[in-house]
Write a protein that binds this ligand. Structure first.
Ligand code: NAD
Length: 350
């Protein structure tokens, strides 16, 4: 029996996580779900959107399947966590959202985003099957920005050898586990000679220790062009944080959009699987949200916990439902609701 923390989240989160849970349960894999509410509604009711019990649950299960959680726009919204250090003193850390607080607190330094074409899903491309590894702990996203004077702003881009090596090793190990063979490092070291130069060199050195994996590299702008000319020729990408953020959405676009994009945030101790899309407040509670992104996130979770056969079966069932187009949601050109589409996948699993 696997233990998994399930965070339904806000907006369409409860609907799409329920879909993922139904499909995983129908696959025959035994999961004990520890449901932990977090997000905007919990914040309004209890004063904190991310109660300590959520961390306690994930520290126990080590695996979380998370629905999207809302972050109010333009408000002074903060997510805080206070813990006691080894010296007994308490320390409070502040984050802009629940998702970021979880990623940082659980040291989930690797963001993994697969993009795959499925028959029946309208897209300009076919045959895309790329896994993008995005370093998630440093680069320009450390948020080290300041106004130098009234007319000048600066941001610090930090790349360290340690974080890059950790990410390269993580990517190579993930590739070995999942049978991937080639990784392309994206960089801009012709201009950012020190930061991107270090990323390219340190990652390349680690990957040289994996002779079964072919490593090459591209300047990030050239890579973007190649990705929209012939995405089917790439296998895996390894990118620093900012480029990884941008290119992962570009890749989602090549396979039909965000409604189909799963994601995982992984570290050495914990793993959190979440859809790439947000809470979609415009369609929440209407039984019209596309559950595929969340279901594919749970497929990634199953592979991670050693249930590859069940993951393959779910993916095959999902693929059939997409190809038949009969029971798909409106955004995919059908007229099914979230529940009907989920039920169609469950039926194929029987
Ligand atoms: P969004 O992804 O929620 O919605 C963008 C558009 O895509 C909307 O029109 C929505 O209806 C549609 N959409 C999204 N998911 C869909 C699905 N599964 N099926 C069908 N249509 C879907 O992005 P947003 O509007 O920028 O963000 C809304 C909220 O979500 C914000 O509060 C934001 O902070 C939050 N958010 C959370 C996470 C997370 O928890 N990881 C990620 C992104 C956004």
């Amino acid at each position: 029996m696997h233990q998994v923390t399930l965070i339904p989240g806000d907006g369409i989160g409860p609907e799409v996580t329920a879909a993922a849970r139904d499909v995983v349960d129908a696959s025959g894999v035994k999961v004990q779900w520890d449901v932990q509410l977090a997000g905007l509604k919990v914040g309004e009711e209890t004063g904190t959107p991310l109660p300590e019990r959520v961390f306690a649950s994930i520290e126990r299960t080590r695996i979380a399947l998370k629905g999207p959680t809302g972050t109010p726009f333009g408000e002074a919204y903060r997510v805080e966590r206070t813990t006691k250090g080894a010296d007994g003193r308490s320390e409070t850390r502040v984050y802009p959202s629940v998702a970021i607080a979880l990623r940082k607190e659980l040291k989930l330094f690797a963001n993994v985003r697969p993009s795959k074409s499925y028959p029946g899903v309208a897209s300009r491309f076919s045959g895309v099957d790329i896994v993008l590894f995005r370093e998630n702990s440093e680069d320009l996203y450390l948020g080290l920005e300041r106004m130098v004077d009234a007319d000048t702003a600066e941001a610090l881009k930090i790349i360290t050898r340690g974080a890059t090596q950790r990410m390269a090793k993580f990517s190579a190990d993930y590739m070995r586990r999942t049978g991937r063979k080639r990784v392309t490092i994206g960089h801009k070291s012709n201009v950012l000679k020190l930061t991107d130069g270090l990323f390219l060199k340190a990652a390349g050195e680690v990957l040289a220790g994996y002779p079964d994996i072919t490593t090459d590299s591209r300047v990030i702008d050239a890579l973007c062009m190649e990705l929209v000319l012939k995405p089917e020729t790439f296998d895996c990408l390894l990118l620093p944080n900012l480029y990884g953020d941008i290119v992962s959405d570009l890749l989602a676009g090549t396979v039909g959009g965000l409604g189909l994009a799963p994601g995982a945030n992984l570290g050495n101790e914990y793993a959190m699987f979440e859809a790439v899309h947000g809470t979609a407040p415009d369609i929440a509670g209407k039984d019209i949200a596309n559950p595929v992104s969340m279901i594919l996130s749970s497929v990634m979770m199953l592979r991670y916990i050693g249930e590859a056969a069940a993951a393959d079966r779910i993916e095959a069932a999902l693929s059939q439902v997409l190809a038949e187009k009969r029971d798909v949601t409106r955004d995919l050109g059908g007229d099914a609701g979230t529940k009907r589409m989920t039920q169609a996948i469950v039926e194929k699993l029987k």
